[in-house]
Design a protein around this ligand. Structure first.
Ligand SMILES: Nc1ncnc2c1ncn2[C@@H]1O[C@H](COP(=O)(O)OP(=O)(O)O)[C@@H](O)[C@H]1O
Ligand SMILES: [Mg+2]
Length: 358
């Protein structure tokens, strides 16, 4: 549907996009995720046609967009500051996108009502736009974009101005909306949780490049570099020594945890610049409670920090006999007490949850 072919983009001397390649499929909920300044908005604007490229090309439906102006592209954009007109009604705001549409007044009114229904604002047409809440304004901005029936909806941090509760609510609404209308959504966000929750696939960007493009589970379970692993969720890195390699699998000696063999699918593809390490997510480690046994590998530890979140508790634990501290998270199920700082514990872990950064 959308293809990036080796896109290079400069702002003066500043190299903003450094060889972007990749494909976005039709009907996909796709996110561009990365820290502020990595080039997400710039890349989104090259799709919309608001920004040209210095070399390479954006293709939509197989067609090179280089000479196609923004208003003739099958895309529409919802901006970070969803500029709606406060002096107009909700319906007038949504109809604004149709001002050059030759349809009759009645047909346009029906289209406005349809768009408002889609975003959950049925019956709000006559209200004054300035009287709306932040979440409702964002819905108006969405309706205004959707009424033009674009093939691709481009969303630049559309939820960042909302408070946490409303943002989480709108995330679910956006997912439902995308499924309902079936068009391609491309979302820009710097919030890794938001990207994981919402997307079919995610391109993780750093410094003008795509570091990894994959579905959320692959990004989380099999990050291809330490940088991606660190950006998405929490990852414990434990130094290890590589003992041998055989057809892509590695035998390693992990500090404090001992020897394991890691399959080729557990090896991050990018070469690691520092010392080799294995990565282990907090939920891949389990605190064994007194009397509890485990078939998995075990290691002693001592609790150094306890953070209670209500539904779960996060523990920082020193691995026995080392200065290595790992973070692990445990669900607070009934009958399982929260443990105290200083408690000597046993941790269980499974080699299959490890990723090797060579
Ligand atoms: N019009 C511009 N002129 C000069 N530099 C720009 C312009 N737009 C963006 N930049 C720079 O390009 C980099 C990427 O910007 P942007 O795409 O907005 O990042 P993001 O959306 O990931 O935060 C930033 O360093 C930014 O300062
Ligand atoms: Mg941006």
């Amino acid at each position: 549907m959308i293809e990036f072919r080796d896109i290079q983009k400069y702002y003066g001397d500043y190299h903003a996009l450094r060889g972007i390649n990749g494909t976005i499929k039709a009907g996909e909920f796709f996110s561009l995720l990365g820290p502020s300044g990595c080039g997400k908005t710039t890349l989104l604007r090259t799709i919309a046609g608001f920004e040209g490229v210095d070399s390479g090309a954006v293709l939509i439906d197989g067609r090179d967009m280089s000479d196609v102006p923004a208003n003739l592209r099958p895309t529409n954009m919802v901006f970070q500051s969803y500029a709606i007109f406060p002096h107009m009604t909700v319906a007038e705001n949504v109809a604004f996108g149709l001002r050059r549409d030759p349809r009759s007044k009645a047909e346009k009114a029906a289209a406005v009502e349809e768009a408002l229904t889609m975003v959950g604002l049925k019956g709000y047409g006559a209200r004054a736009a300035h009287a709306l809440s932040g979440g409702q304004r964002q819905r108006v901005a969405l309706a205004r974009a959707l009424i033009l029936k674009p093939k691709v909806l481009l969303l630049d941090e559309p939820l960042s101005a909302l408070d946490k509760k409303m943002r989480e609510h709108m995330q679910v609404e956006l997912i439902k909306l995308q499924r309902q209308v079936g068009i391609t959504f491309i979302l820009v966000t710097h919030d890794q949780e938001e990207a994981l929750v919402m997307s079919d696939r995610i391109a993780v960007m750093f410094e003008g490049q795509i570091a990894q493009l994959a579905d959320p589970e692959t990004l989380y379970r099999r990050p291809n570099s330490r940088k991606v692993a660190d950006f998405i969720g929490t990852m414990n890195f434990i130094p290890c020594e590589i003992l041998s390699e055989n057809a892509g699998s590695y035998e390693v000696d992990i500090k404090g945890l001992g020897r394991v063999t890691l399959g080729a699918d557990q090896v991050a593809s990018d070469e690691n610049s520092g010392t080799p390490a294995v990565g282990l997510r907090p939920e891949a480690l389990t605190l064994l409670f007194p009397g509890q046994s485990s078939e998995e590998r075990k290691v002693p530890g001592k609790i150094d920090e306890v953070i209670y979140f209500g539904d779960m508790t996060s523990y920082d634990v020193f691995i026995g006999g080392t200065d290595i501290e790992v973070r692990l998270s445990m669900r607070n199920v009934p009958g399982r007490p929260v443990m105290d700082v200083g408690t000597e514990v046993e941790l269980s872990w499974s080699p299959s949850a490890l990723v090797l950064f060579r």
